[in-house]
Design a protein around this ligand. Sequence first.
Ligand code: NAD
Length: 246
Amino acid sequence: MNRLEGKVALISGAARGMGASHARAVVREGGSVVLGDVLEEEGEALAEELGTNARFVRLDVTAPQDWTRAVDAALDDFGKLDVLVNNAGICTMGSLFDYTLEDWNRIIGINLTGQFLGIRAAVGALIDAAPASIINISSTQGMEGIAELHGYTASKFGVRGLTKSVALELAGRNVRANTICPGTVATPMNEGLDVSGFNPMNRKADTSEVSSLVVYLASDESTFISGTEIVVDGGELAGHGPLIPV
Ligand code: NAD
């Protein structure tokens, strides 16, 4: 409790799934949160549920002017911005024979360029509030590929690179930047996907199992952690199962 007392966070894609869980965790830990999403009804409802320490703004992460509005909302309503969580994302798939340029540009625009635009819009406020923290959500697909997940895999590898260049530029300003690479998590994004055998725990993570890491990276408990990625994957990337004698 109160690990984020006095902190103000802006979370993209916060209307549902992991973003909503992170928003709940920030408020539970004593912080305030601006929820940004294209899903207005869900976002407004969550902000109302969370009370005076939360507000919703319509945010399409591909639109620079939406980002400016979201950062202004944090400054106007809560006085500063300490934490940016670049969480919004989509997942599309298709073989090389039918994944179109439009598919590619859309996912890169949301999953990668959207994070760059968020950092650009927030950087001034984060420096003013420093010590501050940027948390970029990648995926285990930012560490290894999945067949036919070309745009998703490329965008999530890109997020890790962006985090490193940002962390290096902002280290001297006391703004940290880190990447979280979740494995498979129970959210609307992967509803209906069979993930049995995908990780050795043989289950999807609960969103709270990622939110606890978001709280840690947002807090002053992690002041020497920057420019890195932390994997939350139930052992998915650890290796292979036993060798079976033939
Ligand atoms: P989700 O689909 O439940 O939530 C994603 C949110 O992003 C939604 O609220 C959606 O409206 C929002 N969004 C989509 N496009 C947007 C845009 N242009 N502007 C603003 N908001 C937009 O999915 P989730 O699983 O909660 O995903 C959250 C993040 O975690 C994503 O970046 C995703 O790639 C990543 N991730 C998910 C998993 C998983 O297994 N669910 C695993 C690893 C990483």
